[in-house]
Design a binder for this molecule. Sequence first.
Ligand code: B12
Ligand code: SF4
Ligand code: SF4
Length: 233
Amino acid sequence: MTDATLLPFPVLATQGLNLQAIFDLKQLPATVTESLALDASESACYTQLLLIGHCGRQLWQTMQARGMGTDHPIDDLSHEQMAQLFEGPLAGHRYKIIFPGSQSVGLQRLGELAGWHHETPFKVGIHPTWGTWFAYRAVVVANTALPLTHKQAGASPCVDCVSRPCISACPAAALVPSFQINACLNHRKQAVSSCEDRCLARNACPVGSDHRYTAGQTSYHYLQSMAMIRKSC
Ligand code: B12
Ligand code: SF4
Ligand code: SF4
């Protein structure tokens, strides 16, 4: 995903929101549409769902340039960019930002429908080109009639990965026989942990190395999740 001019919203890509998919709400599985928790009038009004993500380092560069001033600076940027989109290129359309927000939406399920997500042994999704170096930044429903994007083709890189270096890199052996979240979290919660600010399994995966986060970017995200883990577990 390098040619921003081919994306539906090149203006978002300039900020690092460089993954974009447009779905027809009526074509989405009921489990997905139900999770949006739209009321009857919203369901009648909104026609499309926009899924926005980032891949690689560009969003991080945007964040560094504008400053990380608030508790949730990336969510704030996503909200701002969505509002600007509907004040600019999509002006005149009604919209609702579902994520970031309080509603729980299965982002990886949406990623799967977009062809972005394939499951890995450590559960962070993988894409054949971007590797695991991407995440979801916004889900918006709108009464737009934009051209729909196609599901990206491509098999999971894990299928042909014989040596599976992610599995042997995990110091908690949390990836076998299948992902054990508690083994991972217990390892991460130790006073001194090799995974406090990184996932050694994720780092060991060779796919998408061009899009690998910088050390500062990785550390920021893992320390954020660490704070969440310490608060909730
Ligand atoms: C809760 C959550 C967590 C919790 C998990 C706690 C738990 N007991 O499950 C914690 C705080 C640990 C966590 C941490 C991280 N998370 Co998280 N997390 C989520 C969240 C908000 C909900 C997942 C969920 O529970 N879904 C509901 C259940 C019912 O869905 P499900 O279909 O059964 O499960 C699917 C996924 O949830 C996933 N899954 C299941 N278990 C686990 C466990 C972990 C650790 C992860 C990452 C995924 C995962 O696999 C399933 C099939 O696809 C999602 C965002 C979202 N709204 O989807 C992000 C999300 C899964 N997380 C994400 C990431 C990147 C991380 C981190 C790597 C940190 C970061 N922000 O960079 C860390 C590190 C993981 C680790 N090793 O510690 C990304 C993954 C992106 C991708 N490429 O796939 C998501 C999609 C958020 C986003 N905005 O993009 N996370
Ligand atoms: S190392 Fe291999 S098995 Fe592990 S996530 Fe990467 S491609 Fe998949
Ligand atoms: S964060 Fe560490 S313990 Fe958890 S899956 Fe990754 S390598 Fe294993």
